[in-house]
Design a binder for this molecule. Structure first.
Ligand SMILES: C[S@@+](CC[C@H](N)C(=O)[O-])C[C@H]1O[C@@H](n2cnc3c(N)ncnc32)[C@H](O)[C@@H]1O
Length: 310
């Protein structure tokens, strides 16, 4: 049976135009019932609808903004900013060394409330030659990300739309907590579209698929999140997490060298929460490894996944 996340079902946008599409509450409940998730169906049954049974878009927006605000605590406690910087700083140093001076553009795919981009902007950690952009298909989340950035006068911006349809190319794509939303061929397509763009690299953090991940997610979301939807989706996303092998296979697309940083076999299972799949243009691999220094021992490719580093 498929594991579904409520937040994926209660909003719908046309991926081309970004236009909001109406969502039938009855249809969402039917899908959750079919997936055997009576608890999720009950949560959705409590959401307000109009006379035609369509979910109230304003109520859905404020619910999702609230849940993402709670989710931001996860990013804070897992020190996502520091962990991104640990890899992005050497990555941009390698890019400067091999491609010459910027400016460069970092695009956060599915930025939600923009925590990662706002953190990078607030710390000025990547330098003034890196433009920071967050993109999300959800207009309400992007509007809130923008409001939060302006409140702190941060040098970054947010765009409503498809991250792969931007008029200006990214140098590096990143994301946090997004990969598990792409399943099967859509996951390969996710990496393929980045490889087909002029981007030089990507770095996507997502939940590591360990036997402890669902129970860890349950404890964290119980302790840290109030809304039943956030609690439900937190555990569902841990159950949907991709394995290291799946990510390395899907990211093995023409023009990209895929690497996992601290994969399962190389990390303490009690500490592994999110780990990134990194993709670099082949000519960037050696400069990136040099720039990472000793930490490059924690980079693994598909041939060396279990236990051995290069
Ligand atoms: C679980 S949220 C993650 C939010 C955020 N990264 C965080 O860590 O809080 C996944 C987001 O990805 C967005 N998304 C999925 N595909 C996208 C695409 N191609 N372009 C822009 N946003 C996308 C969805 O709208 C959703 O808001």
């Amino acid at each position: 049976m498929p594991v579904l996340e409520i937040s994926d079902l209660i909003t719908a946008v046309d991926p081309r135009s970004g236009r909001r599409l109406p969502v039938s509450r009855g249809e969402v409940i039917r899908r959750l019932d079919e997936a055997g998730d009576a608890r999720a169906a009950r949560i959705v049954a409590g959401l307000p609808v109009d006379r035609d049974g369509l979910l109230d878009p304003c109520a859905v927006d404020s619910l999702l903004v609230g849940v993402h605000a709670e989710l931001q605590r996860l990013s804070e406690e897992l020190r996502i900013g520091d962990r991104l910087l640990h890899l992005l700083d050497p990555l941009f140093r390698a890019i400067r060394e091999s491609s010459g001076p910027g400016p460069y553009r970092l695009v956060d795919v599915g930025c939600g409330l923009g925590y990662a981009v706002r953190w990078l902007a607030a710390t000025h950690a990547l330098g003034p030659d890196v433009e920071l952009v967050g993109v999300d298909l959800d207009a309400a989340l992007v509007a809130e990300a923008d409001r939060l950035a302006r409140a702190e006068a941060l040098d970054c911006h947010f765009v409503h739309g498809n991250a792969f349809d931007l008029p200006e190319a990214a140098t590096v794509y990143i994301s946090t907590g997004v990969l598990h939303h792409f399943r099967g061929p859509a996951l390969t397509e996710f990496f393929r579209s980045q490889a087909a763009s002029p981007a030089l690299a990507f770095c996507h953090f997502d939940i590591a698929a360990t036997s402890l991940a669902p129970i860890g997610a349950w404890i964290f979301h119980r302790a840290r999140m109030r809304h039943p939807l956030g609690r439900h989706d937190g555990v569902a996303s841990a159950r949907r997490a991709h394995s290291d092998e799946t990510l390395l296979r899907a990211a093995d697309v023409p023009g990209i060298t895929p690497l996992l940083y601290e994969p399962r076999g190389a990390a303490n299972p009690f500490c592994t929460t999110l780990r990134p799949i990194i993709g670099v243009r082949p000519q960037l691999e050696d400069p990136f490894r040099r720039s990472l220094g000793r930490a490059a021992r924690r980079l693994f490719d598909a041939d060396h996944l279990v236990g051995r580093s290069r």
